[in-house]
Write a protein that binds this ligand. Structure first.
Ligand SMILES: *Cc1c(COP(=O)(O)O)cnc(C)c1O
Ligand code: SF4
Length: 334
C-alpha cells in the first residue's frame, strides 16, 4: 500500500491538526492522486460536509477510488436519494432525550451529548441530522448536571456526541470533576473516534484525568477497517490502558468497506494487537443519505458464522441492531 503522505503528528498539536482538517473534496482527491472524473458521483456541495483529518487521509491508498477509508468520508450524490424507511432520526434519539442533552434509553446508563463536533464526518453516521445546536451539554451544563443528578438509578454516564474528545482537556477536566460528584455514578464511558483519526489527541493531561478519576473508565473507539490501525494509534491506546481505561471498539457493517469475512477477521486481529477488544458490530441504522452502505441481514449473519469458526470468542464482535423503543441494543442471532 502506498500512503499518500507520511503520517506525521506532533504531540500537543492535536487542536491545530483538527483545525487543519480537510473539508474540500477536490483537495482530498488531489492528495490521493485521484481525478474527480474517476469518481463521478462526488458531491462537492453536501450539506453534511466532508471532514477528515490529514492524518487519516494519509492512511488512504493513493490512486484507489475504492479505498475503504476514503469511502467512509467522501460525500456522494447518492446520499441525496430518498429511500423509503431511511429517516432523519432512525434510532429514536429525539424521543429519548430526557432533558438538557441527556438521553436515556437503557437501564442504568445515561448518555450525554457532550458536543456536536467531530474530527471526521462519517457518511453513514446515524446522528448526521441530529439538531446538535439545540442538544449539547456545552451551552447548558448546569441544567444537564441537574438532570443527571436526578437520575438516581444511573451508574454509568456515557459521554457521546459528536465526539467528546473534541473538547479541550480543560473542559473535559471540569466536566469529569462535576459528574464524579454524583454519588450514584461508578463508571464513565467515552464514545470516541478521535484517537483513530488523530492519535495525538491522547495527551498526558487526558491520561492523568482518567487515572485520577474516581469513576472507572471505559473508552469505546470506532474503527471499521484494519487500515485504520497504525502504530500511532496503538501507542495512544497503550497510554489509555496505562491510565486504567478498558478499551473496546465498535464498528458499523458497511457495504464495500468491511462486508467480507477476511476484512472483519483482520480487523479483530488488528484491534487485539493494538489493545482493544471488538464490542459491537452494528447493522447500519437507516439514516437518510446512507442507504448505499446497507448490508442485508442474511449476509451479516453469514459473515458472523464465518468469523465464529475462525476466531476466539472474545474477538467476535456482537452483531446488533438498534430498534427504537427496545430496552437494549438488539442482538441479531446467526
Ligand atoms: C448504545 C447506547 C447506550 C449503550 O448501550 P450498551 O449496550 O451499554 O453499549 C446507552 N445509551 C444510548 C442512548 C445508546 O444509544
Ligand atoms: S465520529 Fe461518530 S458521531 Fe462523529 S460523524 Fe463519525 S460516527 Fe458520527
Amino acid at each position: 500500500m502506498i500512503l499518500s503522505s507520511p503520517a506525521r503528528l506532533q504531540p500537543g498539536h492535536w487542536q491545530r491538526d483538527l483545525a487543519e482538517a480537510i473539508s474540500d473534496p477536490h483537495e482530498l482527491l488531489a492528495l490521493l492522486n485521484l481525478d474527480v472524473a474517476a469518481l463521478p458521483g462526488v458531491d462537492t456541495l453536501a450539506t453534511f460536509p466532508l471532514r477528515v483529518t490529514r492524518y487519516f487521509a494519509g492512511l488512504m491508498e493513493q490512486g484507489n477510488p475504492h479505498d475503504p477509508l476514503l469511502a467512509q468520508v467522501l460525500p456522494l450524490r447518492a446520499e441525496r436519494l430518498d429511500r423509503p424507511g431511511y429517516t432523519l432520526d432512525p434510532v429514536g434519539d429525539l424521543g429519548a432525550v430526557r432533558q438538557n442533552a441527556v438521553l436515556q434509553k437503557y437501564h442504568g446508563r445515561a448518555l450525554a451529548i457532550a458536543t456536536g463536533a467531530c474530527a471526521v464526518h462519517c457518511r453513514y453516521c446515524f446522528r448526521r441530522h441530529f439538531p446538535y445546536s439545540e442538544q449539547s451539554l456545552l451551552g447548558q451544563w448546569e441544567a444537564s448536571l441537574h438532570t443527571l443528578g436526578g437520575m438516581h438509578d444511573v451508574e454509568e454516564l456515557i459521554l457521546s456526541g459528536g465526539d467528546p474528545l473534541s473538547l479541550s482537556d480543560a473542559r473535559l477536566a471540569q466536566l469529569i470533576d462535576d459528574v464524579q460528584r454524583l454519588p450514584q455514578l461508578t463508571r464513565l464511558r467515552i464514545h470516541t473516534r478521535l484517537p483513530v483519526v488523530l492519535p495525538n489527541r491522547v495527551t498526558p493531561a487526558l491520561c492523568d484525568m482518567l487515572r485520577n478519576a474516581r469513576l472507572r473508565s471505559v473508552i469505546v473507539i470506532h474503527v471499521n477497517h484494519a487500515n485504520e490501525i497504525t502504530p500511532q494509534l496503538a501507542a495512544s491506546l497503550a497510554l489509555l490502558r496505562g491510565a486504567g481505561a478498558t478499551l473496546l471498539n465498535q464498528s458499523v457493517l458497511l457495504k464495500n468497506i468491511n462486508d467480507d469475512a477476511d476484512t472483519l477477521l483482520r480487523l479483530s486481529d488488528a484491534l487485539f494487537a493494538a489493545g482493544a477488544l471488538p464490542y459491537y458490530l452494528h447493522l447500519l441504522d437507516p439514516v437518510a443519505g446512507a442507504a448505499h452502505f446497507d448490508v442485508d441481514e442474511e449476509r451479516a449473519r453469514d459473515l458472523l458464522r464465518q468469523l465464529q469458526t475462525k476466531l476466539p470468542g472474545y474477538l467476535v464482535p456482537r452483531l446488533v441492531r438498534e430498534i427504537p423503543g427496545a430496552p437494549h441494543k438488539t442482538p441479531v442471532a446467526y
